[in-house]
Write a protein that binds this ligand. Sequence first.
Ligand SMILES: C[S@@+](CC[C@H](N)C(=O)[O-])C[C@H]1O[C@@H](n2cnc3c(N)ncnc32)[C@H](O)[C@@H]1O
Length: 216
Amino acid sequence: MGDGTNPWLRIGNADYERHMGHESVGQLSVLSRITGHQLALVRGRPDTSVAILGIANGNGLEHAWGGLGSIIGIDINEEFLETCRERYAHLVPGLRLHRIDLVTERQQAIDAIKGAGLIIANLLAEHIHVDNLVAIVRELERPIISITIQVNPDGALVSRSGYEAAFDEVVEHARECDEASMLRAMSNAGYELMGRTEYGLPNGKSFVRLDLSRSR
Ligand SMILES: C[S@@+](CC[C@H](N)C(=O)[O-])C[C@H]1O[C@@H](n2cnc3c(N)ncnc32)[C@H](O)[C@@H]1O
């Protein structure tokens, strides 16, 4: 999908926010809260640098705290990254944004995030697929990895907002990953679960945040 076929390249930030922020979807505010909890994971640790994979428009960076090291954000969508830059570059001096395709330019991503103490990947695995996420984190030293996945009791990956048609193509390319499969794949790469938090959403879906660290 490095040839322009990634459907996320055709999602504009306005459509993204209208959908994700719709009152019946409520995902923007919960993802922001989750990002805040994740950034707190490196408080008091020797390495406070963070990499956010699939950073989108930087939602949640308002929780960046003063003692954080650099924050490296990666996304495929330049419009999202530009929005992120406009909103947060002045608030987060250590913010470094890279337009990288995490599927076809994996090595570039690994080189960019190699030193980070915390890797965040929220609602990303279903889009780049778990094997690609695992192939990236397998190459890292000993970071904490914090992953958020979506649980859909209604069986639908995309919520209803009235704007969901913009995501038809994204849904076609997505591959859902349940918690057990994610934990199994991460365990094969040497990462074990150290924390699990569930966050409810207005329409009955939920997010599960899995914090993992490397045991070998
Ligand atoms: C649902 S959004 C992530 C939400 C965001 N992490 C948050 O917490 O608000 C998925 C993101 O993954 C990005 N993405 C999808 N495929 C990608 C790829 N191959 N490489 C890099 N980013 C990708 C999309 O552009 C989008 O910003």
